[in-house]
Ligand binder design. Sequence first.
Ligand code: GTP
Length: 205
Amino acid sequence: MQETPISVKIALLGNTGVGKTCIIQRYTSNNFQTGIMSTSGASYSSKIVHLDDTILQIDLWDTAGQEKYRSIGRNFYRDAYIIILVYDITRKDSLEGLKEIWYPDVQKFGEKYNILAVVGNKNDLYEKEAVSEDEARAFAISIKAEFDTVSAKNGDNIDNLFWTLIKKYCEPIFQSKVSKSVIQKGKTEKINKSKNKARNKKKCC
Ligand code: GTP
């Protein structure tokens, strides 16, 4: 029985107002509040999930999008394994922000991430779309990131987004668990075989 959950550290980055806090709230509490305060520095929340029989603790870092907090945010996404770059589909400057500010920062300061995603939030405002999905997807491909659009407001695609990224991150961990147990099994079989040999020898002498 697994006692300590496996920690999966995720950080969300992007311009102020793109909806990072709302995405996290939708994922952790399945709600959407209007008029929430802009994040100062960074804020933390977590959620326990089960992947097959493994317990995962999803640690979520919501970094502030305002320019004045940029250097503080770095301390929080430095250790993240999964980094989600968020833009607002109704604001062209928010994708530019990912290209010119946030992704270059991630390259410099993100020390542990191996899964990256570009996510367009507020897809409930499709009629006000100002960023072409093709352009955002092309950017994601160019930086080897996953791509998706979501809505924190109506919950569209939020769970699916996190599941996809978490599963992708966990795949190698599970593979190594499986191969370790195969090796372990191999060892046990070898030990048993040599024990049997020894027993057989004893019998015949
Ligand atoms: P900072 O903390 O300043 O970095 O901003 P943030 O990226 O955390 O944005 P936040 O979650 O505070 O949301 C900003 C505004 O966008 C709020 O007024 C939200 O109500 C609104 N908002 C967030 N997500 C959605 C969404 O999916 N659809 C719509 N229509 N509005 C959203």
